[in-house]
Every structure is written in C-alpha cells, then in structure tokens.
Design a protein around this ligand. Structure first.
Ligand code: FCB
Length: 424
C-alpha cells in the first residue's frame, strides 16, 4: 500500500457519464413563485392552525425543537413563497453559475386559466419570458404542465374527479404548447400516483377524501387526461418529448422471503408500473422522481433507517439502481426529474448526491438509458402540507429577506455537472 504524505493512497475512480448528459435541478410553481391563488393556497389558509397545533404530536421532539417554525401557522401558508415569479432570472443565474445545463419548472394553471375557458395572455407571456431566460443561460427546459394545484373554478367542479378533466387538461396544454412551442421536454403530470393516493385515499391533501372508488376513478381520469394531452401536443409539435414524472419506490422483499417477494411483485405492479403501463404508447421518455425505499416484511415496512433526513425519511440513495433496472423494460430514455433530501444543515447532501450518482452510473453500465439528473431542488420552498421548514434547496433561501445562498454541497454538485463525471 503506497503511503503518500501519511495519507493512504486511496483508490480513486472517475465515473464518466454519457456525452450530452443533462445536469440540473428543479422547482414547482406553487412551491417557489409566490402569490398563487389555487386550491392549495385556499387549503393552506383553512388548515394552517390545525397543522401548527398538531406539530408537537405529529412530528418527533428532535424535529419540532430543531424547527420551531413548524409550531407557527405562518409556516404553512405559501403567500410570497420565494418570490421566484419575480426573481426567476436571479435563480437561473445561480443555476448556471453552478455548472447546470438543464432546469425543471412547472406552469401554474391558475395563472394561465383563472376562469374556465378564459386564458390570461399576460401570464402566458410571463412564462414565455421564463423559458427564454432558461435558454439564454444554456438551461434545457423541462416543463411540468401540472404539478398538483388546480384553478379554483375546476376545484369547485370536483377537480380531478370531473369527467371533463381530459378536455380541460388538453385545452390548457394546447394553449401552453402553442405559446411555448420551442420547449422540447414536456412533463404532463407530476407523480399522479402519489397525488391521487394522498388526496383521495389517505385524505391528507386537498380535497381530503378517503374513498377507494374515487381514488381509482381519479387515476383512470388522469390516465385519460395524459393521453389527451399527449395527442394535443403531438398535433402542434410532433418532435416534442412527452412523459410523466413518476414517483417510483424501491420496494425490497425482506430476506427475499417468498411472501415478501409476492407482496413486492404486487405493490410494484400497482404503485410503480400501473400508470406507466397504461400510458406506454403515449410517452417518449420516463421522468423518475426517486425518494423512497420501503423494505417489506410480512406486509409491514421494516426499514433500518440508519440515516434519515430532517423529515425523517430514510436516506437510501443506492435504491435508485433497483428502481432504474425495473424501468428498463419500457425501452424509453429516462431522466431523473426529482431526487433530493430535506437537509437544513447540508449534513448529508454531498454524500447523498454522490451515492445516488454512483448507483445511477451502475444502472447506466447495466444498460439503462438514463440521460439526465435534475436534483430536487434548486432553492428552498414550501413543502406542501409541511410548510417551509423542510429545506431541499441546493441553495438556501432566508425566510425573512429571501436572500439566496448556495449550500456547500451545491458547489460539489457544480463540479460534477461541469466535468460530467463523478470522482469517488
Ligand atoms: C415530491 C414532489 C415535490 C416535493 C418533493 C419533496 O413528491 O413532487 O414537489 O414535494 O416530493
């Protein structure tokens, strides 16, 4: 073993990513823009006191002591958020300075169509400027058409349960694609599976229903709507690349026991593949949002939770390999459209990114056609019903001044983006 200056001569490996690999980060409109008026902003106001009052019992002591803001109703109201609506050029300058060459945004439907059938040309103009600002900085846009909030007029008509949803979505999408035609990558829906689950089965997000029949009908409605959007976009721009951002989980069969393998097969089918199977002829790529590993033991989740994020989510970056291998059968290009962690102190983020990318590189070596990685997220934001205290940003946002400050891990990620390689 060579000893060099008293430092063991460690093996260094440089993992190179395919030429043209896209490196970036992302956000969603409601979480960062500010002053959205939609079903979420209304729900936040109606539930802020309840969420603040339950915080001490819902979260663990170490969490509410570390993040006392969660005890305040204001933590749960998006209001001005990060004012990204006005500061998007500053934020994109930061993304560019961090060596990134792609960026994911979402379009806020309630701005585009504040009243049924009435489209706001000024707001469409705003997003044209946003897309131009990305292009001017060499950031390939990934545009999410729907990242969860709905216009109030649609929410009042049953929202995702409305049987005219495919028509409403395709009309909205036609407007966007006609105006933003130069966009190449369109993500129709963000995580339709988990959204339907949280809103219509768990009943924790608006409209807080707990009805299995409605849950299933919403999923079918979204499948129909995705196909309608796909057809509408292709008529206007046949070269457009269209997909969803799927929330796929690494379900592990504990000790590979038969019962656990059967359970894994079943939940894999429903959670990871059902939506993708239904739209497989209506997608050009698969967007993968990867966060969770669930180890199944006799029907229960039994994770070791050796390392957890501020949210208490187990950090299991190597799980992305199994999820990617599971997607190989679709023979589609894959882009990681979300992957990150709540880590206010930036304690784990560098390790997490490197471990994730090491496993991603292994999947590419195994023949999975991964062509990009968009870290979640560029800047801190409001994390839906948890509020502002979970910090996912590569770039921190001061909640009082809204000043942006890149975290140390953002600079490490910048080196990986610039070199298109990871040194381990
Ligand atoms: C995903 C959402 C995203 C953010 C991350 C933490 O499910 O798409 O908006 O909340 O989780």
């Amino acid at each position: 073993m060579d000893i060099d200056n008293g430092i063991k001569n460690k093996e260094r490996a440089v993992l190179r990513f395919p030429a043209g690999f896209l490196w970036g980060s992302g956000t969603s409109a409601h979480q960062v823009e500010g002053c959205c008026i939609n079903d979420w902003s209304q729900w936040e106001k109606n539930n802020a006191n309840r969420l603040a009052n339950r915080a001490k019992t819902y979260w663990q002591e170490w969490q509410w002591k570390k993040f006392p803001e969660m005890l305040e109703p204001g933590n749960y109201i998006s209001d001005r958020a990060c004012d990204h609506y006005n500061r998007y050029e500053e934020d994109f300058d930061i993304a560019k300075s961090l060596g990134q060459n792609a960026h994911r945004i979402s379009i806020e439907w309630s701005r585009i169509e504040p009243e049924e059938g009435k489209f706001d040309e000024k707001e469409i103009g705003h997003y044209k400027k946003v897309i131009s600002a990305l292009r001017e900085r060499g950031l390939e846009p990934f545009v999410t058409i729907w990242h969860w909030p709905l216009p109030l007029w649609l929410a009042r008509q049953g929202g995702l349960t409305n049987e005219k949803l495919p028509f409403y979505f395709s009309r909205y999408a036609e407007k966007l694609v006609s105006a933003l035609g130069e966009v190449k990558f369109w993500i129709t829906f963000n995580e339709p599976e988990i959204y339907s689950f949280n809103c219509f089965l768990r009943g924790v997000w608006p409209p807080q229903k707990k009805n299995p029949v409605t849950y299933l009908s919403v999923i079918n409605n979204l499948i129909k709507a995705h196909k309608a959007i796909y057809s509408a976009i292709k008529k206007i721009n046949p070269a457009a690349q269209i997909g969803i951002a799927a929330h796929n989980v690494y379900f592990e069969a504990y000790k590979n026991r038969v019962i656990n393998r059967l359970l894994k097969k079943t939940i894999d089918w429903w959670w990871n593949y059902h939506f993708l199977n239904q739209i497989k002829d209506f997608q050009n790529f698969i967007g993968l949002n990867f966060y969770f590993h669930h180890r199944i033991n006799n029907g229960f989740r039994e994770n070791e939770n050796k390392i957890v994020s501020d949210l208490g989510w187990e950090l299991y970056p190597e799980g992305i390999y199994e999820v990617l291998i599971g997607l190989k059968k679709y023979n589609k290009s894959i882009y990681i459209t979300e992957n990150g962690l709540a880590d206010h102190e930036d304690k784990y983020r560098e390790w997490f990114i490197k471990e994730t990318l090491r496993s991603l590189h292994q999947a590419i070596a195994a023949g999975v056609d991964v062509r990009g990685y968009l870290h979640w997220s560029l800047i801190d934001f409001i994390e839906w019903d948890k509020g502002f205290w979970p910090r996912f940003g590569l770039v921190g946002v001061d909640r009082t001044t809204l000043a942006r400050t890149p975290r140390p891990s953002a600079l490490v990620y910048a080196g990986i983006c610039r070199n298109n390689s990871l040194t381990i």
